[in-house]
Design a binder for this molecule. Sequence first.
Ligand code: CA
Length: 240
Amino acid sequence: MKRKQLGIMKTFVSSAQILVVEDEKKISALIRKGLEEEKYSVVQAYDGEKAEVLLQENPFDLVILDIMLPKKDGLAVLHTLRKNASDLPVLILTAKGTIEDRVRGLDSGADDYLVKPFAITELLARIRSLLRRKKGLEKSVTSLTIGDLTLDLVTHKAVRGGKNIELTSKEFSLLEYFIRNKNKTLSRSTITEHIWNYNFETGTNIIDVYINHLRTKIDGGFSKKLLHTVRGIGYVMKEQ
Ligand code: CA
């Protein structure tokens, strides 16, 4: 127990979180195995509706999306995702290999596609490439904004309504994470894993303490609150 609580000492390893949407359980299991061997963390969905719910609730780094799915097909899921202005990398899996289908997938906002059957090594190579591209895009962004709050990623300074806000490095990381995932409810354990990278222990209120400090700094004195508590779950950053 003691050792686990000292997990803050653990070297920070950023492992991408990947959603696998594939109704064929055998293929899904194979993909999961391949991804986990590369230390990615994997969440599976077996139909389109479940995929949409998971996408609403979790900050994934990439989605592997089959087209032919029960309840809602992959292209419809992709359509909703892009309508919500998400720039999440999406790799389409399809049994259909015709030119028309490929074009349709890419036109719908997919970043890449792979035709079944595929080799897992090929899938992993495509994923690495998409994640690299995503990282490059994130780096080229030098500031993040929500409402009248701007976070400068170069100077690590926050400004709200013309007022400078001093942040500790932990508060900066938290705020950056919240703004990158604005309008998404983040659970305490998701936040903890991302910022501290150790398993959240029930009863540990460290996250609440940090978030309260951050909240005082960014919302104190402003009538419009940005950081909201979602009871029993965690927190969300949104304009409201
Ligand atoms: Ca399928």
